[in-house]
Design a protein around this ligand. Structure first.
Ligand code: SF4
Ligand code: SF4
Length: 481
């Protein structure tokens, strides 16, 4: 993590990557501290997001953690709602809804997500960079420490810093696992040692390593080089999108305060020093800009000092910065709004129709049907899922069972405990005189008294009825041709 001397370093421009030196080596950025209303608001918002991430597995809602993706048992609990694997088609609405929301927000406000809410930015800026600030000091001190020879003091600082990094990375990774196995199970796993649950251990170990690598070393390069969202932003924004920009009409030509004919930019480079991706916002909208607003606070502070109006760098559209009229309602906004509204309506409707109970009828493995003593028998299994927090008594009926047919099931009232499921085998037998060939057997499952009715249907199979024109041998069970 060495700091390279300036001859190897280019001034941020539009054609080179700010984190790469002239010789191709990594330029390790040390963004300067910044104070101001946007920075403060961003910090509070990040604290809120971190609190949400940390607390969700601890807060019980309806007897389960507020968010608990119990993959092992196929139960997914989100804010008191329980979904089972069969409900996962709803993910389509969730994922497409998130996509359209992101399109919508980006076309209105640019990369608001990146600077304010992206977990990568939140962890990097508000956890790992805070640790670095604590152990190594401000940007100048960090730069000096990076360039200093490796002494015992430097080693001690590095050990403390990287231990704290590892601790945080491990904490984030363990919490991540808790979303899938719950905190009590996580605690149990941790006591049983890595070999008892090696898959979980490998996941947490790998995630800790990836987080440590990302936040200790790779840092802003993820946003600049890897993140696909940064790449597509130019397709989602236009000249009316709110971005963070520099008012070149007001700022140029740059010059010291008092210089005749100079604009408002005094070329102090504070906006560059605070930028976490090392760019110069005065070069215009760039792919590297994550919309963190640090340069707004930095420049406003300077503007106040030199007694000029704030907002030389500000939230505005490209049209606004150029002094042109700005349109909020554009075709793309209308289109994204319509798509978003349609998706939300579909999701609300689907959630409203989501059943707290679930029934599936399947054929038992083995023969499709049996013929025995002039009767045709089909064997099925009924899977009942109860997503409620109380037990449910299910009853089963067969509305279109032919006269003379009979069924056998392990009890008319089938009790399924709360948040549980049961698999019940049953058979349907029809005498050959009542059997006119294969048909769709209707199964009506009722959940509780006057509860939800679930209609299922499954094929009743048997031989060609002509088969019975020859009497079958008594006591001989055979599969039909
Ligand atoms: S240019 Fe400004 S808003 Fe963009 S990343 Fe740099 S400091 Fe943040
Ligand atoms: S902080 Fe403001 S005044 Fe200073 S260089 Fe940047 S734009 Fe110019």
């Amino acid at each position: 993590m060495s700091h390279h001397p300036s001859p190897n370093r280019k001034t941020p421009d539009l054609v080179s990557v700010t984190t790469i030196n002239r010789d191709g080596s990594r330029f390790f950025l040390h963004p300067a501290d910044v104070r101001g209303p946007f920075t403060a608001a961003r910090r509070w918002f990040a604290l809120l997001l971190l609190a949400v991430y940390i607390l969700l597995p601890w807060i019980p809602v309806n007897g389960h953690p507020a968010v608990f993706f119990n993959v092992a048992e196929g139960r997914y609990h989100v804010m008191g709602l329980t979904f089972i694997t069969q409900d996962l088609w709803l993910l389509f609405f969730l994922i497409s809804g998130l996509g359209f929301s992101l399109f919508f927000i980006t076309s209105l406000f640019g990369r608001l997500w990146c600077g304010w809410a992206c977990p990568y930015t939140v962890f990097l800026e508000h956890v790992f960079r805070r640790i670095e600030r604590l152990t190594d000091g401000d940007a100048a001190a960090r730069r000096a420490l990076a360039a200093a020879p490796f002494t015992a003091g430097k080693a001690a600082r590095r050990i403390v810093k990287h231990s704290l990094y590892l601790l945080c990375a491990a904490g984030i990774a363990h919490l991540f696992l808790a979303y899938f196995i719950s905190l009590p199970t996580l605690y149990e796993y941790m006591h049983q040692g890595p070999l008892a649950h090696w898959k979980s251990f490998v996941l947490v170990f790998g995630l800790t390593g990836a987080l440590y690598f990302s936040f200790a070393w790779f840092r802003e390069q993820f946003c600049i080089i890897l993140c696909p969202y940064g790449r597509i932003q130019s397709a989602l924004t236009d000249d009316d999108t709110t971005i963070i920009g520099y008012d070149s009409g007001r700022g140029e030509p740059r010059g010291r305060k008092g210089t005749a004919g100079a604009g408002d930019c005094i070329d102090c480079r504070r906006c560059v020093q605070v930028c976490p991706t090392g760019i110069d916002i005065r070069n215009g909208l760039q792919l590297e800009c994550i919309g963190c607003a640090a340069c707004i606070d930095a420049c406003d502070e300077i503007m106040v000092k030199v007694d000029r109006p704030r907002g030389l760098v500000r939230y505005d559209s490209l049209n606004g910065l150029e002094g042109r009229r700005r349109r909020i309602l554009r075709p793309r906004i209308v289109l994204y709004s319509v798509l978003l509204a349609a998706g939300l309506a579909a999701l609300t409707l689907s959630l409203g129709r989501l059943s707290p109970v679930h029934a599936v009828v399947n054929r038992m493995a083995g023969m499709p049907f049996y013929v025995h003593e002039g009767e045709v028998r089909n064997q099925y299994k009924l899977q009942l899922v109860n997503k409620r927090n109380t037990g449910v008594d299910f009853t089963v009926e067969f509305p279109n069972l032919p006269d003379g047919a009979r069924y056998s099931i392990s009890g008319d009232a089938l009790r399924v405990p709360p948040q549980d499921e049961a698999e019940i085998p049953f058979t349907v037998t029809i005498g050959h005189r009542d059997f006119d060939g294969p048909f769709d057997l209707e199964v009506l499952v009722r959940a509780g008294d006057g509860g939800r009715q679930l209609y299922r249907s499954i094929r009743f199979l048997g031989p060609d009825p002509r088969f019975f024109q020859v009497d079958p041998e008594p006591d001989q069970e055979e599969e039909a041709p």
